[in-house]
Design a protein around this ligand. Structure first.
Ligand code: SRM
Ligand code: SF4
Length: 577
């Protein structure tokens, strides 16, 4: 990263401007200056290179094949059909491999060359979207429950969550100046960052809103989670009473560094709905001021909490917010996956006018939307977007899937025909394993990948399905998650089975999480290849098939039968020497 620390770069950046303009104008290289690479993240983009080509280019004495990943900011992952069509143009004009729904309800485009970055950002702006704070040491895209069966509640929670997202957005005009050539007027564009200050946060910060009984956002993996508490009012109608607050979740860890670990969040109390924004600001400000700015590997909020103690952090939050948290209220999660297929929209929900509406959840493997030899999903979704009325919506799910929402009843058959024509109907026949599996991006773009993930998932699914079939378990929902390294972008430590990349072709096998997103898994085999993974799973699946209780999940069975010890709130990802 050059000679400056990230903290120095942020402080000297004049509101995230740095020398990005000069870096972008330098035609001698496809990359950016070192300090600008850091600042670029706050603009929602990463400099990457094609790792498949790295060695070949090194031998040819060429600089790496630089290109950029761009991540949008889409709180709750909601888009209009028109916005979809505009982003589709990026996928067909500037990006490689289509586009990709992420585990935080955003889109990522890969392979954009430096000279086309501005044009791409302009399309995003034209779609009334941006990429501000999609990456970097700031509050990231706020994730929001997507359950289409809870439309009225979803609308309420969505409104609150987007208000929080807007409130915590950096105020600098740097994005508009850099990408849209907004004129810089001395003195007026140098806005203060009232919440962040000049050094922003010590590290990334993540907020999510869950609506029980579904935990489709994995609320316990968030730095700050809000769990909607739904209670009957005097007339017996379900209403939003407020939120339980959970703090200190996080997945990231580093091989060989036992000071880093995945951790599930602690529920610290309950607040009324009108206190959400104040509470979110108080929690983020606590992390801003108490978080570790010396050691980036130890800078996430989970470490701040463990270093200072949960009670002290809670008191700090209450003092900053100006109110005390009430005791947490009861809630229960049933599942952390998505629910596929059509559901009718609730009449009092987000449906518009008198027309009956419905929502269709589609399975998108690894969130990758692309036209290739196997299917033309990009073209299919373009055709669907063109058919939808303005008030229909696309909703991205944090499980990398897609909901086509608010579809007028009269259009259902035509949508179904397009879904079938473009092979988007995999959700109808896929095994539960395939429907719920998550894989992070990893190779060839991710600079941190140690092993394959997205490209390996189809093979893993075929292999695991064959194994499940031999044990009569093909219809059992088992939650599988793959990550190409221990950073955990697919939230793998909440998978009933997880493979964590350790080296090419080698993974740590983690087992025993539940399917509610509440319990972490545990290291079962370290640094094993595919044969080792299958050899470890085979007898466990045989036992599970023989001895499981009705509806008992694989992870729950492994813990009940003592194969895996119930893990603590934080876990080691490798054997500690
Ligand atoms: Fe992530 C870094 C991809 C969700 C934990 N993540 C990265 C980078 C940017 C690699 C890098 O730093 O060079 C990856 C880009 C790969 C590529 O080529 O596109 C990357 N992360 C992703 C996405 C696209 C994975 C996906 O398959 O969908 C997700 C984008 C989310 C978004 O739209 O904002 C993504 N990353 C997550 C999540 C899951 C979540 O937030 O729910 C986590 C675990 C939760 C957490 O933060 O603890 C996650 N990503 C990390 C970490 C570990 C952070 C830590 O605390 O140690 C890194 C590495 C880092 O920050 O240093 C990382
Ligand atoms: Fe890259 Fe690791 Fe995240 Fe996968 S888990 S996208 S390999 S940083």
């Amino acid at each position: 990263m050059g000679s400056h620390s990230v903290e120095e770069i942020k402080l000297a950046s004049r509101g995230l401007r740095g020398s990005l303009a000069e870096s972008l104008a330098d035609a001698a290289t496809g990359g950016l200056r070192d300090d600008d690479k850091v600042l670029m993240k706050f603009h929602g983009s990463y400099q990457q290179d094609d790792r498949d080509l790295r060695e070949e280019r090194r031998l040819a004495k060429l600089e790496p094949a630089h290109s950029f990943m761009i991540r949008t900011r889409t709180p709750g992952g909601v888009l209009t059909p028109e916005q979809w069509l505009k982003l589709d143009r990026i996928a067909t004009t500037y990006a490689e491999r289509g586009f990709r729904i992420t585990t935080r309800q955003t889109f990522q485009f890969h392979g954009i060359v430096k000279s086309e970055l501005k044009a791409t950002m302009r399309v995003i702006h034209d779609a009334v979207l941006d990429t501000i704070a999609a990456c970097g040491d700031v509050n990231r895209n706020v994730v929001i429950a997507t359950n289409p069966q809870q439309s009225a509640l979803h609308a309420q929670v969505y409104a609150q969550a987007t208000a929080v997202a807007g409130h915590l957005l950096p105020r600098t005009r740097a994005w508009y100046e850099t990408w849209l050539d907004e004129e810089r007027v001395a003195g007026t564009n140098e806005v203060e960052e009232p919440i962040y200050g000049k050094a922003y946060l010590p590290r990334k910060f993540k907020i999510g809103f869950a609506i029980p009984p579904y935990n489709d956002i994995d609320v316990f993996a968030q730095d700050l989670g809000f769990i909607a508490i739904i209670e009957p009012d005097a007339a017996g109608n379900d209403v939003l009473a407020g939120y339980n607050v959970a703090i200190g979740g996080g997945m990231g860890a580093t091989h060989g560094d036992p000071g880093t670990y995945p951790r599930v969040a602690d529920v610290i109390g309950f607040i009324a709905p009108d206190r959400v924004t104040a509470l979110a600001e108080a929690v983020m400000a606590t992390q801003r001021d108490l978080g570790n700015r010396e050691l980036r590997k130890h800078a996430r909020f989970k470490y701040t909490i463990d270093d200072h103690g949960l009670e002290k952090i809670k008191a700090e939050i209450e003092q900053r917010a100006g109110f005390a948290l009430a005791p947490p209220r009861p809630f229960a999660f049933a599942h952390n996956g998505d629910r596929f297929g059509w559901v009718d929209a609730a009449p009092d929900g987000e449906s518009n006018g008198d027309v009956a509406r419905a929502h269709l959840t589609l399975r998108i493997l690894s969130g990758r939307i692309v036209d290739n030899d196997e299917a033309n999903h990009l073209s299919g979704l373009r055709a669907i977007a063109a058919l939808l009325p303005d008030d229909a919506r696309f909703r991205l799910t944090p499980n990398q899937n897609l909901i086509i929402a608010n579809v007028p009843a009269a259009l259902r058959d035509r949508i179904d025909a397009l879904v079938a024509q473009y092979a988007l109907d995999g959700y109808l026949t896929a095994s539960p394993l395939r429907r719920n599996a998550l894989a992070c991006v990893a190779l060839p773009t991710c600079g941190l990948a140690m092993a394959e993930s997205e490209r390996y998932l189809p093979h893993v699914l075929d292999t695991f399905e064959a194994l499940l079939a031999t044990h009569g378990l093909i219809d059992v929902p088992i939650n599988l998650r793959l990550s190409g390294c221990p950073n955990g972008c697919s939230r793998p430590y909440l998978g009933e089975i997880a493979l964590i990349g350790k080296a090419p072709g080698r993974y740590n096998l983690m087992l025993g999480a539940d399917h509610r997103g509440e319990r972490l898994n545990t290291l079962y085999r370290e640094n094993v290849d595919e044969a080792g993974i299958l050899a470890a799973l085979d007898p466990l699946l045989a036992d599970y098939a023989a001895a499981r209780e009705p509806d008992e999940g694989f992870g729950d069975y492994l813990v009940r039968s003592g194969v895996v010890a119930p893990p603590p709130r934080r876990i080691a990802i490798e054997v500690q020497s």
